[in-house]
Design a protein around this ligand. Structure first.
Ligand code: ZN
Ligand code: FE
Length: 255
């Protein structure tokens, strides 16, 4: 039986995801902004929740973890580094640890930057990485706790995944991210056509996630900070990759 991933819109612009292993019936949810739509989706599909994966400590990602744990008995997994500010963890993980969802194995990646202790989980067999507020569709999370150097290092780890990997990020911010991306690279044709597809999807209230890593590499200005042509466009030909990233992140904060 197949594995499936279901995108669940929550609150005003968050996403939770169900990852279902058809072979064993195991189902994980990635982040719990709001238990109600997640429970409704589980019920509609007749799936039993077995794991709750937490990406980072912000309230819009963990608000209903305890409610959903109580309702389902699922085990809660999150970063060891964040255990002091997360709901009680049944399993605390760090970089390169393996998270098991039925037969599906996920590798934990430390993607600190937006927060210190933010994790992503990469499931090679599902061709999926859950990135929440680190790498996002056409964007990346704001630097609340980490430095630009830390976020750049995190983005580089994600950029090294297979280019066909689907990036499941935590929010629907893509339309405004596209406007910013075009301010950096107004002549990037892939970006122009992606921005059009994004606008059309949003007009129909369709999610713009996931996107493949290949798409992000050709259109996401934050991942593209390392390219000489992008450094030139921001007037920083001599900048290191991390410095160019920091400059683009600064511009986004003021956009
Ligand atoms: Zn956040
Ligand atoms: Fe968030």
């Amino acid at each position: 039986m197949e594995m499936e991933i279901v995108t669940i819109p929550c609150l005003s612009d968050n996403y939770a995801y169900l990852l279902h292993d058809g072979a064993t019936g195991a189902t994980a949810v990635i982040d719990v902004p709001d238990a109600a739509p997640i429970e409704a989706e589980l019920e509609r599909r007749g799936w039993r929740l077995t794991e709750i994966l937490i990406t980072h400590h912000h309230d819009d990602h963990i608000a209903d973890v305890d409610a959903l744990r109580q309702a389902t008995g699922a085990k809660v997994i999150g970063a060891k580094a964040d255990a002091h500010r997360l709901p009680a963890l049944d399993k605390a993980v760090a970089e390169d640890d393996v998270v098991q969802v039925g037969n599906l194995e996920g590798r934990v990646i430390d993607v600190s930057g937006h927060t210190i202790g933010h994790i992503a989980v990469f499931f090679p067999a599902a061709n999926a990485v859950f990135t929440a507020d680190s790498l996002m569709a056409l964007g990346c999370g704001r630097l609340f706790e980490g430095s630009a150097d830390q976020m750049w290092e995190s983005l580089c780890k994600l950029a090294d995944l297979p280019s066909g990997t689907n990036i499941y990020s935590g929010h629907e911010y893509t339309e405004s991210n596209a406007r910013f991306a075009l301010s950096i690279e107004p002549d990037n044709r892939e970006l122009i056509s992606r921005a059009e597809r994004v606008a059309k999807a949003r007009a129909e209230n369709e999610p713009t996630v996931p996107a493949t890593l290949a798409e992000e590499l050709t259109t996401n200005p934050f991942l593209r900070a390392r390219l000489p042509e992008v450094k030139h466009l921001i007037g920083r030909d001599d900048a290191t990759d991390a410095e160019a990233f920091a400059e683009i992140r600064r511009r986004k904060d003021q956009f």
